[in-house]
Design a protein around this ligand. Structure first.
Ligand code: ATP
Ligand code: MG
Length: 419
């Protein structure tokens, strides 16, 4: 894409009320726009990153047998009354509104009720199980404090998967498969080295649930971590976990701030019993389905990546989710020969399937480089009168600052190998 055509622009300063580093950088670089507290627009660059994250999530969810659906945000109150979760005294994050035909509706803050109700239509026998259903969809939560930029908003994307099993063994297998898929997702988006599967409070059907907590100073949560053994425990349940059983002495755990990027939970038969999702087992006995729920916040994950990997100059995207693979920067564009050379490279890189943001703007070199550092595309290729005379392109790696001079063939080799 030609940067001169991009309707967004970078800005020197973030809005004064935006204190979170992820939002400051994402707003300045033109990835997001703040509409109001807790509600952001994903701009063209931001949407590309979000879709790359979602693509990785989809691949991993499909790989464990997840089947994608899209459920509505508008909710039928009577369904939630059956599980006792319609009342504002029980659930304090509902956004509710009146229907024109009378009665109330609410905007979904999660989807256990909806998915359980819909599965009643399709599950009858043990032969229909196990199954896993997921979506990447918008959730609404009337959070008391919208803060931390895109990490805690009132309207946000969630990937939520729900599992349906006939037996505890089936359920455990799905639960473990999902936990492993989550680690692969966080590895692939570049925060695996800081992310821990963490013991968290369970509920009626299992002693513990698991959160995926990424260690970061900007985090709202507190966990105790043994980095060497790879064990983490949410502060809320520290008293309840038998650390010695995990093979680690209590004094080997360090207190750290962290961001909850994901959460997996055994639901037992809480929802299936309340809503009548049952199946006939092999003996013909009617039993409630055993369920689990598994969430990831793609936007919170994106904010975490920015927070963790950025440097003083701006964002640094991992290649796996970057909006573009290459930031092509043309200098001396008033020189027709240089411009043609840059245009030619842009065209041929695109034709080779390389995603390129082409800074063809009429702007000073200093401004182009500063913007490029801020935007954080992994590789920068500079074309100028000087590089043209030398017949070589300057290739700069955003993360390390490493500079190489490559002939066109070598450059192509590099990128077509990578992509
Ligand atoms: P938290 O404890 O941070 O409020 P939660 O435990 O209520 O989150 P879940 O209901 O388990 O969150 O949601 C699954 C995932 O959705 C979370 O792990 C997080 O990544 C993301 N998420 C939750 N709330 C928000 C929000 N307000 N804004 C953005 N992402 C969110
Ligand atoms: Mg939580």
């Amino acid at each position: 894409m030609r940067q001169s055509q991009l309707f967004t622009k970078t800005r020197k300063e973030a809005p004064g009320d935006e204190v979170a580093k992820n939002a400051q950088l994402l707003i300045r670089a033109g990835y997001i726009f703040k509409n109001m507290a807790g509600a952001y627009t994903f701009l063209p660059l931001g949407l590309r990153v979000m879709e790359n994250i979602n693509r990785i999530i989809r691949e991993e969810m499909n790989a464990i047998g997840g089947q994608e659906v899209h459920m509505p945000s508008l909710q039928d109150a009577s369904l939630w009354e059956k599980t006792g979760r319609w009342d504002d005294a029980t659930v304090d994050v509902w956004f509710k509104t009146e229907l024109a035909t009378g009665g109330e509706t609410g905007l979904a803050w999660t989807h256990e009720e909806v998915v359980t109700d819909l599965m009643r239509q399709y599950v009858a026998s043990y032969k229909d199980l196990p199954k896993a259903v997921y979506q990447i969809q918008t959730k609404f939560r009337n959070e008391k404090r919208a803060k931390s930029g895109i990490m805690r908003t009132r309207e946000f994307f969630m990937k939520d998967l729900y599992s349906f099993a006939a037996t505890e063994e089936q359920h455990s297998a799905l639960y473990e498969a999902c936990a492993e898929a989550y680690m692969r997702i966080f590895d692939r988006v570049g925060i695996g080295h800081k992310t821990y599967k963490t013991f968290a409070s369970g509920g009626a059907f299992s002693k513990f649930s698991h959160e995926f907590q990424t260690l970061a100073e900007a985090g709202e949560d507190v966990v105790y971590v043994n980095e060497e053994k790879g064990i983490a425990v949410n502060e809320e349940v520290m008293q309840e976990v038998d650390l010695t059983e995990l093979g680690a002495a209590p004094n080997t755990f360090e207190k750290r701030k962290s961001i909850e990027v994901g959460n997996i939970f055994s639901l037992g038969t809480r929802f299936s019993e309340a809503l009548g999702l049952t199946f006939k087992d092999e003996a013909g006995t009617e039993r409630p389905v055993i369920m689990g729920c598994y969430g990831i916040g793609p936007a919170r994950t994106m904010g975490t990546i920015v927070d963790l990997l950025a440097d003083e100059k701006g964002i640094i995207w991992p290649e796996s989710i970057a909006p573009f693979a290459v930031h092509l920067i043309a200098l001396n564009t008033d020189d027709a020969e240089v411009r043609d050379w840059a245009d030619g490279l842009y065209t041929s890189l695109k034709a080779a399937g390389v995603e390129v943001l082409y800074d063809d703007r009429d702007a000073r070199p200093g401004e182009k480089f500063a913007d490029s550092d801020l935007i954080g595309i992994p590789y920068r290729v500079v074309v100028s009168r000087k590089t043209k005379e030398e017949g070589k392109f300057e290739l700069v790696v955003r993360q390390t600052g490493e500079v190489r001079y490559l002939a066109e063939a070598e450059l192509f080799d590099d990128f077509t190998k990578a992509s």
